[in-house]
Design a protein around this ligand. Structure first.
Ligand SMILES: O=P(O)(O)OC[C@@]1(O)O[C@H](CO)[C@@H](O)[C@@H]1O
Length: 307
């Protein structure tokens, strides 16, 4: 199975409003609630692609129960979440129907005690034994040490399980230094990590800091991959209208799914680009439009960079 770790799980709430205006009161036209946090989105997409996925991380309180109830209804995803005494957070995505723009409000998450963090690490070590790959995704809840991902990367490497890291800030900086097989930063995360606003220079710097391979999502410029096998650029397809929340998580699912299906880098990147775009046209994170995915997969161009 593919293991996804979401230390800061969330009940994702999406509101659609005709037009979002600061200082105004809004009538919500549609509400959706989904089990979320980045790794849960990755797992749902992997399951939809036919992979067996297991999710772990912390879960607690009434929001945690609601998250688990909804997760139990998702085919192909096993729940190996670890209890925490505080309540799982909510995140709110507000979609402005007049522009298609999304505004995201993410709660910090429950406080995690040293004993809860130790219990998680024990559970994680056990799960690594049956994992063919692991994805470490999203922000850290309060109380979890800032070097948590570095610790989890090292444990995966010691167990010879390929490990992908998708986070930001100091947890990313320390996690990269622990030498994950792959990191997937966006342009903002790259700039924060390296201090460079020139994305290609920042990608090279990230690899020098320890990551074996880097796949950067550069918005309208698409994906840029720097790997031991070479460098590739995969331009994004024409801008699609919709909700971009979770598009990066679908790219992670595409990269992992391609790796485990034995695909080469260009085909993994094509999956990532097509899934990411197909997520924008689906209503919520962790879902994708299958028709759009198939159509784009046949059309995505991935170019080798030779300089
Ligand atoms: O606060 P984090 O952990 O960075 O991000 C959490 C989150 O906004 O990311 C997903 C989209 O990628 C949402 O489903 C989720 O709630």
């Amino acid at each position: 199975m593919i293991l996804t770790v979401t230390l800061n799980t969330a009940l994702d709430i999406t509101y659609r409003v005709p037009r979002l205006r600061p200082h105004a009161s809004h009538r919500v036209t549609e509400v959706t609630e989904r089990p979320g946090g980045k790794g849960l989105n990755v797992a749902r997409v992997l399951a939809a692609l036919g992979h067996e996925a297991t999710v772990t991380g912390f879960v607690g309180g009434g929001t945690g129960r609601a998250l688990r109830d909804r997760l139990a209804a998702v085919d192909g995803v096993s729940d190996a979440l670890v209890p925490v005494s505080g309540p799982t957070r909510r995140t709110v995505a507000v979609v402005d129907e007049s522009t298609g723009d999304t505004t995201q409000l993410n709660e910090p998450g429950p406080h995690v005690s040293p004993a809860e963090w130790a219990a998680f690490q024990e559970a994680y070590a056990g799960l690594l034994g049956s994992a063919s790959a692991v994805a470490l995704c999203g922000s850290l809840p309060p109380g979890v040490p800032v070097g948590a991902y570095a610790t989890l990367v090292r444990a995966a490497r010691a167990a010879s399980v390929p490990v992908l890291l998708d986070t930001s800030g100091e947890p990313l900086r320390r996690g990269v230094a622990a030498r994950p097989d792959l990191v997937k930063p966006n342009a903002g995360e790259l700039a924060e990590l390296t201090g460079s606003h020139e994305p290609l220079q920042a990608v090279r710097d990230t690899r020098r800091r320890g990551a074996h391979a880097v796949v950067a999502s550069l918005g309208a410029r698409g994906l840029y991959a720097l790997t031991p096998d070479g460098e590739w650029r995969a331009p994004a397809p024409d801008r699609l209208a919709g909700n971009p929340t979770g598009a990066g998580d679908s790219a992670v699912a595409g990269l992992l799914s391609g790796l485990l299906d034995g695909e080469d880098w260009p085909r993994r990147l094509a999956r990532a680009v097509a899934l990411s775009a197909a997520t924008v046209v689906a209503p919520a994170a962790g879902e994708f439009d299958a028709g759009t995915y198939e159509k784009l997969l046949a059309r995505v161009s991935v170019d080798r960079v030779t300089s």
